[in-house]
Design a protein around this ligand. Structure first.
Ligand code: AMP
Length: 404
């Protein structure tokens, strides 16, 4: 079965085409600047040169049409006919409390995703546009939705409720949901496989550190706490997001600086974090380069970022009464040996000891970076959210077909 995985944003759309017989990626790519005359399609077919096309792509339906055309193109294509695509899987950021797992798209599921627009106003509407665009281009092909929040639905009330009037939870569903669930689930399962241990017996802290960053406490394979909250703003300091701060700062700044709700929200989401403190960049590579050149605010930004990550790992060791493994993943987690080294150095009290040479190895493979003496296993596991989406899509569509 060929499965197309789609991650639709408001003006961009990423895709991967999987052959599920061996889980190989036949093609990957993205469409950027949807809605503009000069939209860009970048298509990477396996074993063939990359293709880049600039053209007018005014909406998501046109974007999917373009993607399907290049996938079956006589020169750049990877399959003969779009009829070979038997299922489509979508990443959906917010599944609220309605979705504890992935689901086949039905009119009721679409209705529910729309109902959740309030909780993810930037993301869920874009995902719906992706779903409609696939319906228009591939009528009758089953679609599956895979939610970033689903893995965290196992959290207890004491972890997910905020200590504010309960009526707000009842009326507006204000609570912690957590995000990056697909990634936290994938790397925690891979960690157990790598260690040759049963997931049910392990206490793992998974650190998904990319542009957005979150830490999850995974106990017995279930998320028991996670650093992101009702929105992906809570928790760690990130590239452009503040993460945790005193909530009283918000009304205070609004009053002092005469800011609207939209402006203060944009400040916290887009103009905070690494970029705000360093004044240089939201990109960890550039922060590290500036630090090497002696830029004091780049160093401060890095130290604040590492300090907050370390505090969360310690907090989750407390939440689970100990940890067996720490996993680093995503752009920064997989690539920044410096962040891993600093973080782990300061976790010596937990018995964490990393091997400096193993930590320096650059690889796309799962790897251990702790020493044989370390009381806690420290692993680097490249995440693969698209593969999880492809697998869930394949499994759900097959089980529906066999049940039908
Ligand atoms: P992601 O959101 O997972 O794509 O991660 C993006 C982040 O990973 C950016 O902040 C990049 O700077 C960071 N990153 C990628 N490669 C490296 C590297 N070699 N060293 C440090 N950070 C990196």
């Amino acid at each position: 079965m060929k499965v197309l995985v789609i991650n639709a944003g408001s003006s961009s759309l990423k895709y991967q085409l999987y052959d599920m017989t061996d889980e190989s990626v036949l093609a990957a790519g993205r469409v950027e600047r949807i809605g503009m005359e000069s939209a860009i399609l970048t298509h990477e077919p396996a074993g063939k040169p990359e293709v880049r096309e600039v053209s007018e792509i005014l909406d998501h339906t046109a974007a999917i049409r373009k993607v399907l055309a290049v996938i079956v193109h006589s020169e750049h294509g990877v399959i003969r006919s779009i009829e070979d695509i038997q299922a489509v899987g979508h990443r959906v950021v917010h599944g609220g409390e309605s979705f504890r797992e992935s689901a086949i798209v039905t009119p009721e599921v679409k209705q529910e995703i729309k109902r959740l627009f309030d909780l993810a106003p930037l993301h869920n509407p874009a995902h719906m546009m992706g779903i409609s665009a696939v319906e228009a281009n591939l009528p009758g092909v089953p679609q599956v939705v895979v939610f970033d929040t689903a893995f965290h639905q196992t959290m207890d009330q004491n972890a997910y409720l905020y200590p504010i009037p309960l009526a707000l939870y009842r009326r507006h569903k204000i609570r912690k949901y957590g995000f990056h669930g697909t990634s936290h689930m994938y790397v925690s399962r891979r960690a157990a496989e790598f260690l040759g241990r049963k997931l049910e017996e392990l206490k793992i802290v998974t650190c998904h550190i990319g542009n957005g960053a979150s830490v999850t406490a995974v106990k017995g394979g279930k998320s028991v706490d996670t650093s992101m909250g009702m929105t992906p703003l809570e928790g760690l300091m990130m590239g452009t997001r503040s993460g945790d701060l005193d909530p009283a700062v918000v009304p205070f700044v609004m009053g002092k600086e005469d800011l609207t709700i939209g402006e203060v929200s944009s400040m916290l989401n887009k103009h905070s974090g690494l970029i705000a403190i360093s004044g240089i960049s939201s990109d960890m590579r550039e922060i590290q380069e500036a630090m090497e050149e002696g830029h004091p605010n780049a160093r401060l930004a890095f130290e604040m970022y590492e300090y907050r990550l370390r505090k969360y790992i310690g907090a989750y060791a407390a939440a689970m009464n100990g940890i067996d493994a720490i996993v680093f993943t995503a752009g920064v987690g997989e690539n920044s040996w410096l962040l891993r080294a600093r973080t782990c150095l300061n976790l010596a009290y937990l018995g964490v000891e990393i091997d400096p040479e193993a930590n320096l190895v650059r690889s796309k493979e799962d790897r251990r970076i702790s020493t044989a003496n370390s009381k806690v296993e420290v692993l680097v596991i490249p995440t693969n959210e698209e593969l999880v989406i492809a697998r869930d899509t394949y499994a759900l569509v097959r089980s529906e077909e066999s049940g039908a």
